[in-house]
Ligand binder design. Structure first.
Ligand SMILES: C[S@@+](CC[C@H](N)C(=O)[O-])C[C@H]1O[C@@H](n2cnc3c(N)ncnc32)[C@H](O)[C@@H]1O
Length: 158
């Protein structure tokens, strides 16, 4: 039996009702026509334009997939932490980063809702294609996580 004593218990219970994408299977099978899978080494144009115009020292990416944006940031001298739920995506991201000599990118397979950043802050937080996959009951919490880790005058790219 599951007891609901806290908001966290309630959120975990609601998570189980939500039929999400099986991201490990998605990255293993590679049979969906998703542009970010086909062009998994190309960063988003908005990220490229943004980095050209701003002086960013460190960044955090949520749902980084196979690392295309985080690797681009690292190649442009930005210390970058990148997280994804999928262990397969993170393995691929680490391999892509090693091939591109993007040492400033650190990849971890983690659920973003389980992360503890202590008091660390970032000049830039990136979400490329994650928010719309989050279930409604998690979205306010997501906003709090993002605003909690943004440095003063930091940027959020969604
Ligand atoms: C549409 S894909 C985009 C991948 C990548 N941002 C890109 O554009 O190449 C969404 C990604 O978000 C990840 N994701 C979804 N929910 C997550 C969560 N709660 N914590 C961490 N990653 C998550 C999935 O594993 C998936 O890789």
């Amino acid at each position: 039996m599951n007891y609901i004593n806290t908001m966290d218990d309630l959120f975990h219970m609601l998570d189980r009702y939500a039929e999400g994408v099986d991201w490990d299977a998605f990255y293993l099978k590679r049979d969906k026509p998703a542009p970010f899978l086909k062009y998994n080494k190309l960063p988003d144009k908005c990220v490229v334009d943004f980095i050209r115009e701003h002086n960013i020292k460190n960044a955090c990416e949520f749902g980084c997939g196979e690392g295309r944006n985080a690797i681009y940031l690292a190649q442009n001298d930005v210390d970058t932490e990148a997280y994804d739920l999928s262990e397969i995506a993170i393995e691929n991201a680490k391999r892509n980063a090693a091939e591109s000599k993007a040492e400033k990118a650190v990849f971890k397979a983690e659920n973003l809702f389980a992360l503890d950043f202590m008091d660390r802050k970032f000049d830039l937080v990136i979400d490329s294609g994650v928010f719309h996959h989050l279930t409604p009951h998690r979205r306010l919490q997501y906003r709090e996580i993002v605003s909690g880790i943004l440095a003063e005058n930091g940027y959020f790219i969604l």
